[in-house]
Each structure stands twice: as C-alpha cells, then as structure tokens.
Ligand binder design. Sequence first.
Ligand code: NAD
Length: 455
Amino acid sequence: MAETRTATEEAVGEREDTDKSPQAVEEATAEAKVTGEAKPGQRAEVSNLDIVRHYFDIAAERLRLPDDLRVVFWTPYREVTVQIPVKLSDGKVHVFSGYRIQHNGARGPYKGGIRFHPEVDVDEVRALASLMTWKTAVAGVPFGGAKGGVNCPADKLDPAENQKIARSFMDKIEKVLGPTRDIPAPDVNTNAQTMAWFMDEYGKLHGHTPAICTGKPIALEGSFGREAATGRGCVYMFREAAPHLGLSPAETTFVVQGYGNVGSWAARIMEQLGAKMVAVSDANGAIRSDAGIDPSALHDHIAGGGRITDFQGAEAIEPDDLVAVPCDVFIPAALGGMIHEGNADRMDCKVLVEGANSPTTPAADQILRDKDVYIIPDVMANAGGVVVSYFEWVQNLQHFRWDEREVNDKLGTIMRRAYREVSSRAKEEKLDLRQSAYLVGIERVVEAARIRGYV
Ligand code: NAD
C-alpha cells in the first residue's frame, strides 16, 4: 500500500507532528527570537499601517485636505472579519481569522489581493487596502481599493488544506463581493490555483462568474500575462527611470528580496534585458554570486522543491546581509517593513524598485534618500498586477481573450504613463516619487468622490 500513497498523503504524513495553528506559528516565531535562530530578513517594528498613514498624512497636508475629509479618505468603507474553522490533516479543527477590507470605492469596484500568511491581521489588511486605493488611481484603472487575508500558515499546509480554507473563506465573504462590487486577486501565498477555488466556490452560489476574481489560471479564463504582470511592471518602471540615472539595463546588476511571484518574474524579465542578478533571498535563506545567478534556473530549482541555499554556483549568505550586497537595483519583493532604520544604512544600491507593498519604513526612506538612492515606490512600481487584473476583468466581462503581446503592450503603455505623470508632478513640486504618487492618487480619489456627491 505504501507505494500507492498520493503526493498529498506523503506530504501530510511528513508533517504529522507539525502544529499548524496560528498560535503555534506565533509561539514558534517567539521562540526563534529568544533562541536567536536566524529569521530571514528581519522586519521592522513599525507596522504597515503606520507606514501608509505616514505618507497619506504628508500628502493630505500638502493637498490641504480638510480634517473631516481626511477621516473619510483614511478610514475604510467596510471591514468584514470572519471565522474560518477548518479540520486539518492532524484531525483537529483549527480556527483561522479571515478579513476583507474595502477601503474606498469612489473610482470603481473594490479591487485587491488576498494574502494567506500567519502575520495577517486587521491592521495589515487595512494598510494594504488603502494602498490599493491610491495605486489604482495612480495607474488610472477604474477600481477602488480593497485587500483580504487569512492568518493561516499556507506554506506549511498541503493543497487540500489550503483549498478548504479558500472555499470556507469565500463562503463567508461572498456577500460583499461581485464582479461590479469587489474583485479579489492573488497576493502572498495565494496564486492562480487559489483563484480557481474562489471562482468555483462563488459559482456554486451565483453561477459561472469568471469576473469574480483575477489572476486565474489560463484554463479558467485567466489573462495571458497576468502571472508575470507585477514583476514586468516593476521592470517597465525601472526602464523608464534608467536613462535619467545614467543606467543601461544591459549593464545593470540587481538583487531580489523574496523569490515568489513578483520577485522571480521581475528577475526573469530583468535578465531578458541583459541585467545580472547578484544576490537573492526567500523565506528559507539568501544566496549571492558576483558572477551572476540564473533567474530561470533558480525558479525551476525552487518550483521543483529545492531550497534556495542549495542552488549550485552561489554561496549562502546571512539573510540579513542581503541588503548590503552592492548592486545597481534592489528589488524588495517579500513582505512589508523589511527595509528599516536598522538596515537601510547598509544598503549599497542606486535604485530601489518596490515590488513588495510597504517594504520601506519612513525612517529607512529618509536614510536612503539622504544616500541619493532613487526610490520607485510600491504605489506605482508594483501596479502592474492590478493593471493586468483590470485587463483580465475586462476580458471576462466580454468573454473575449487578448494575446500576450497585446496585454504586455497595453501594460507598458499604462505603466509608462503613470511614471511620466508622477515624475513630472514630482519635478513641478520638488517632491520625491513617493510623495508625488500619493498626491496624484489621493487627488484623483477625492475628485471622484466629490463628483459622485459622496462627500
Ligand atoms: P509570493 O507568496 O509569491 O512570494 C513571496 C516571497 O517572499 C516568497 O518567495 C517567500 O519565500 C518570500 N519571503 C517571505 N518572507 C521572507 C523573508 N522574511 N525574507 C525573504 N523572503 C521572504 O507573494 P507575491 O505575490 O510575490 O508578493 C510579494 C510582495 O509583492 C507582497 O508584498 C505583495 O503584497 C506584493 N505584491 C504582489 C502582487 C501580485 O500580483 N502578486 C501585486 C502587487 C504587490
């Protein structure tokens, strides 16, 4: 019988002794801190919510937004918290918390990813939801901002367990979703497969509705180019900035922090331009090679179950030392708050392209600007994902499909336009790109809310 066990059964068997509850994960993390066990790339104490609030306040001040309106545009429109009880392979029912927060819908249906991660909490989701509001406005796509998350340790669960969580979560939030209401997408530890489960679950209640979420598999009316879109968008942004910084993409070295969807696609597309990846990390460790690390081979190695630190031809380094590797472009593509007061000074790059959301704390942002690092902020740099999500939604509503070249070309047009609009405003008002992007985004949302008569 042993020979006939499925891959899922094998995986469950191997993890028999692992306690997967959020409490257990929290305890393990606390223990790791006490024992000093290496935790790849420490995060800052300042929360994602503090980070986004800081930039919102600066922009609101500059726009002379009255106090009463600041409350309207800072606080979320609707917050849903649900209980997700799921029986895992240990035979016990584990209770996870799920959140869907709709921040602002003045410019269109709410839009934003769903994250599965033990550190997800209501404040993190609030921060990410408001960032989505400004991001869709900066990109000029007709959506509002939302975000969701479940505090489950998805990377320690098997596919069947993740599927149960996804379906249960959808059952509990479907009432506030819909193709003209709120459209989720993938984020950390969720992917096209998760979106397929969401769509299927929603369809049981409402009939086949592909436009209920984006980032779906190609076989289920996903869009060509969506999976690579966020990474590709980061590269488009870098290409816009490069000539002004005297950088030639073909002679550029880069470092990637977080080798998941965003990081690995950004790396593979940078490589197509001739750029060289000299260091990279994920949740399991970090590696470095001055001769260059092949992004596609590394992606295949990790997708095949290999650990990043076992990748041939590169040396393992301390995850905390990744930021100090000299390079032209540093691409954070993991979690928020990973570039902070305690490590920003060690950074040795010319450009920071924020693939992740809120990777840089305000204190680190100041340190980097003092070091003349050119920062392309999250609110514009990683908008490629939501832009192609918009294309996917449009295609789904029309039951029509564009080819990949068309998707990528249209993505390039929108990213370049966003870059030009934000950078010209930055020049006019002598601001950095982040402050300028927040100004542009908030202004557009306020204008839409006023014209609607919402405020
Ligand atoms: P993902 O789950 O595919 O990848 C996350 C990666 O980060 C993994 O490789 C993981 O191992 C790594 N990681 C986790 N903790 C780490 C740590 N402490 N040190 C180093 N690496 C670590 O997620 P993703 O979709 O690529 O998202 C990454 C970031 O990009 C998130 O901040 C997300 O909000 C943002 N983002 C994603 C999209 C999208 O379309 N997927 C769009 C915009 C922004």
